[in-house]
Design a protein around this ligand. Structure first.
Ligand SMILES: Cc1cc2nc3c(=O)[nH]c(=O)nc-3n(C[C@H](O)[C@H](O)[C@H](O)COP(=O)(O)OP(=O)(O)OC[C@H]3O[C@@H](n4cnc5c(N)ncnc54)[C@H](O)[C@@H]3O)c2cc1C
Length: 427
């Protein structure tokens, strides 16, 4: 590519910033413009459901660190609303059209809203995805509501429950699945999280679906009605129903982009509707759906911090014509809740077996390893990270399951059904 080519990055958050940095690091000297619909420079999201809610971190003090002297042009507070592939232009909400030679798509995800728009609009109903969300919610929590209702026991819901309890607020957490994090960890390991919630004093309601949010008649939420009867009175409701991929702005562009994400090949090159890679356009981070060599069920889209960084680096090298082997970073995430550090490597998708391989499940200090068709596919640690690199190596090597036996800190290894719900329920 020509050294002076104009590179446009749409989405000015983790993947967008790290992608722009990688473009410079790998030698691109031409103009780089970042377009972001949020008014803020890139910031870190993990604290938004943790220390920002407790007041230990301020939402305006979580900027992502960045190398100085990158010479980037910023268009913040400006949404991209369309892409003209033939003209190689991105349309902005302002009516402007930004021409580009190369494009990095990094528009990530947004919080899935409560399905009833009128109920979602009630004062006191919150989600947790961006700085403004968390700042607003922090304000509501600081006012010491008499109860917080959290709908959804995924990572964000459980972390929010942990934050609320650590500042002494009564919390009800309702989720239609039999355990928290059932779709990621399965119910066998999810039971450890259920125990953590209960010990911390969360009024945890598994297998419970919220039917409707109720208004106080003056535009404020006063609680929720549950399917099958019963109500929860709560002037603050946190909707934690997972995420939606920000692909609408690509509608009609000819790119293969839909609710499942922006389809890419193994080099992060975006595919068109016919499945052909489009030269000079790449995607990275939460919005990208891509084939991972370790996962045979077809393309995956990952919502992990480390993946956004690694894939942005790969996409940048692809845009510069420097890509080597296909992107194959092992997925990894962490979560901290109730003073326990949960970490994971690999993907539990489709796992048919799980075994606690190290530590003490009852004490919530253990490693659980997941197998699928006799191969090791994932490992999750609760306050016991030191084994994870070893298991990451086994996952990469597609080692037989269970992969490590007779190791330190290992009792009897008894593989069991992980208990993934047939189709995990939401909300
Ligand atoms: C509350 C919270 C806690 C988390 N905690 C953890 C954790 O503990 N561990 C972990 O591994 N991961 C965690 N994650 C996930 C991690 O933060 C994400 O994987 C990461 O932010 C993805 O980066 P991204 O740049 O791909 O997408 P995003 O961070 O979603 O950024 C996309 C950006 O693009 C903008 N945008 C969208 N559409 C447009 C448009 N049309 N025009 C212009 N801009 C647009 C968005 O507003 C946003 O600023 C957490 C996420 C959240 C929300």
């Amino acid at each position: 590519m020509a050294d002076r080519d104009r590179i446009l990055v749409v989405g000015a958050s983790l993947a967008g910033l790290r992608g722009a940095e990688a473009l410079r690091r790998h030698g691109h000297a031409g103009p780089i413009t970042l377009v972001g619909d949020e008014p803020y420079p890139p910031y870190d999201r993990p604290p938004l459901s943790k220390r920002v809610l407790t007041g230990e971190a301020r939402a305006d003090r979580i900027a992502l660190p960045s190398r100085p002297g990158l010479d980037l042009t910023w268009r913040l507070g400006t949404a991209a609303v369309g892409l003209d592939l033939a003209a190689r232009e991105v349309a902005l909400a302002t009516g402007e059209r930004l021409p580009f030679d190369r494009l990095l798509i990094a528009t990530g995800t947004r919080a899935r809203p409560w399905p009833n728009a009128a109920e979602a609009a009630l004062a006191g109903v919150h989600s947790v995805r961006n700085r403004d969300d968390s700042e607003r919610l922090r304000g509501a929590l600081a006012a010491a509501p008499r109860r917080v209702l959290i709908i959804g026991a995924g990572f964000i819901g459980c972390e929010a429950a942990s934050a609320c309890r650590s500042i002494g607020l009564p919390v009800t957490l309702a989720d239609p699945n039999p355990t928290p994090l059932a779709s990621v960890l399965g119910t066998r390991i999810g039971a450890a999280v259920a125990a953590m919630l209960r010990e911390a004093g969360v009024d945890y309601r598994p297998s419970t679906r919220v039917e409707a949010l109720e208004s106080d008649g003056e535009g404020r939420v006063r609680g929720a009605r549950l399917v099958g009867g019963g109500t929860v009175a709560a002037p603050v409701v946190i909707v934690a129903l997972g995420a939606l991929r920000n692909t609408e702005w690509l509608a009609g562009s000819g790119l293969a982009a839909d609710a499942g994400g922006v389809a890419c090949d193994g080099q992060c090159r975006v595919l068109d509707r016919d499945g052909r890679a489009v030269e000079g356009i790449a995607a990275a981070g939460d919005v990208a759906r891509f084939p991972h060599p370790l996962f045979e069920d077809g393309p995956v889209a990952l919502e992990h911090w480390g993946h956004a960084v690694a894939q942005a680096e790969h996409a940048a090298r692809t845009l510069l014509g420097q890509a080597g082997a296909p992107y194959a970073e092992i997925p990894a995430f962490w979560s901290s809740q109730f003073d326990v550090n949960i970490k994971s490597v690999g993907l539990t998708n489709g796992a048919d077996s799980v075994a606690v391989t190290q530590g003490d499940f009852g004490a919530r200090r253990f490693v659980a390893v997941y197998g699928r068709n006799g191969r090791t596919v994932a490992a999750v640690s609760f306050d016991q990270t030191r084994w994870l690199p070893a298991y990451a190596g086994r996952i990469e090597a597609r080692a037989a399951f269970p992969p490590i036996l007779g190791a330190t800190d290992q009792g009897r290894v008894a593989p069991a059904d992980p208990g993934f719900p047939a189709s995990p329920a939401r909300g």
